[in-house]
Design a protein around this ligand. Structure first.
Ligand SMILES: [Fe+2]
Ligand SMILES: [Fe+2]
Ligand SMILES: [Fe+2]
Length: 423
């Protein structure tokens, strides 16, 4: 029997922020570094703690609406001309979780230049959005492979050059008050920034429980799934299928909630896979397959560093492990694959074969059954769980499809056009 969940909110935010930027070394930690700058600017402005914390949270996840890795890279390199789309989508995603929604407006306007605002700087949205604007810009100006102190004069010049136009002079002034401090630049570019923020940053003493973790997981499934139309409701389907199998197997209510969270997070590591690979409609090269194989490793390491999600990280990340040890990336076998992970593996396989892929249509019942059974016969997947699914096939399919339809609808209404443009 599992205990109620609690995790440190700072650790969860940092870990998920990291996951969004895992993509490649050129943009790694962009959001975390932006959040550090925001935090320092807020402290210099002597902003009250609640507002500081909210702006910091906004910064940690401000680019979640840039769904493809390719778009993130273009934004970071000042190549993307359409700056509005990812802001609109980030706002929509923030609004899906009551914990994040207070920061949604600031995220919406993080690329809005000062000259386009009609409201005064003193209104909270403007002030916050301008702080985030500066922090994001500054972070992208920094040349990653050059010693930071040698860049400071140039960085100051670049920020001063947009004062009164893109940025309100008072916001620029806050930056000038900290720009002379070497420790600011050393912290900002330190490989230890994660632990610095974890131990001395906002929310370091805030613990959150099951319902808050659930709402964040539920939002993250969309960030993961909406990367591509082929996966637009995948995590929703996997989570629902895993929940139904858990109920039928007889897991407790607490375990079932955790199973749903694990289902939402199971492909978290796919955030690090380029869309060009996810949507490829021919066979993958050896190198591309190696990149795909990393995804469950990242799912595990991102969730496991949060602390308190041990069970969830295993249930989520072992879905490509096989009972005979032939899975990846841990190559564990039956004795180490617990019931939750077995349920997730069956739920993932079932959902995947029923969905359209770039290279094939979603399969029919007969074909699905034979694939599921062949995995049992090969001693890859659990027999009891597979039979539970097959014995309750109609009911499970109907409920999974119903849940997936809701996600697909949200995707088509709001996100699809944008992903077509951005990938
Ligand atoms: Fe952005
Ligand atoms: Fe950004
Ligand atoms: Fe997967």
């Amino acid at each position: 029997m599992l205990n109620e969940l609690t995790v440190n909110f700072s650790n969860l935010l940092l870990s998920l922020s990291d996951a969004v930027d895992l993509a490649n070394s050129k943009i790694a930690s962009h959001q975390m570094r932006t959040a550090f700058i925001v935090w320092q600017l807020c402290r210099t402005a002597q902003l009250p703690e609640v507002e500081t914390d909210q702006l910091y949270m906004a910064a940690l996840l401000h680019d979640i609406g840039a769904l493809s890795l390719e778009e993130k890279q273009r934004l970071h390199d000042f190549i993307e001309v359409d700056l509005d789309t990812h802001c609109i989508l980030s706002e929509a995603l923030f609004n899906l979780s009551p914990l994040l929604s207070p920061a949604a407006r600031v995220v919406r306007f993080h690329h809005k230049p000062w000259r386009e605002w009609d409201d005064p700087l003193s209104s909270p949205d403007v002030f916050g959005a301008q702080i985030l604007y500066l922090a994001d810009l500054l972070e992208r100006f920094i040349v990653r492979d050059q010693y930071i102190l040698l860049q400071v004069d140039d960085l100051k010049k670049k920020i001063l050059a947009v004062s009164g136009n893109e940025l309100h002079p008072e916001i620029v002034d806050l930056f000038m008050q900290i720009a002379h401090r070497e420790d600011f630049w050393f912290d900002l570019t330190s490989p230890r920034l994660y632990s610095l923020l974890l131990h001395s940053g906002p929310y370091r003493l805030t613990e959150i429980g099951s319902s808050s973790i659930f709402s964040i997981a539920s939002l993250f499934r969309h960030i993961i799934d909406f990367k591509s139309r082929f996966t637009a409701s995948h995590s929703t389907g996997v989570a629902e299928c895993a929940v139904l199998l858990s109920q039928k197997f007889g897991l407790t209510d607490t375990e079932i909630v955790q199973m749903e969270i694990a289902g939402y997070f199971h492909d978290l590591g796919k955030l690090a896979v380029p869309n060009a690979i996810l949507e490829k409609n021919s066979g993958l090269t050896k190198e591309e397959f190696a990149i795909i194989r990393q995804h469950t490793y990242f799912t595990y390491s991102v969730l496991n560093t949060v602390g308190g999600l041990d069970q969830i990280s295993e249930w989520a990340a072992f879905h490509h492990e096989r009972l005979d040890g032939s899975g990846y990336p841990f190559h564990i076998s039956a004795d180490k694959i617990n019931i939750g992970a077995r349920i997730m593996a069956v739920a993932d396989l079932f959902t995947a074969v029923a969905e359209d892929r770039p290279y094939r249509k979603g399969m029919e019942r007969k074909q699905i059954e034979s694939i599921l059974l062949s995995q049992v016969n090969k001693n890859a997947n659990d027999k009891r769980i597979t039979m539970l699914l097959l014995d309750n096939y109609q009911e499970i399919v109907a409920r999974v499809k119903e849940k997936q339809a809701l996600s697909t609808e949200m995707f088509e209404k709001k996100f699809q056009q944008c992903t077509q443009k951005s990938s």
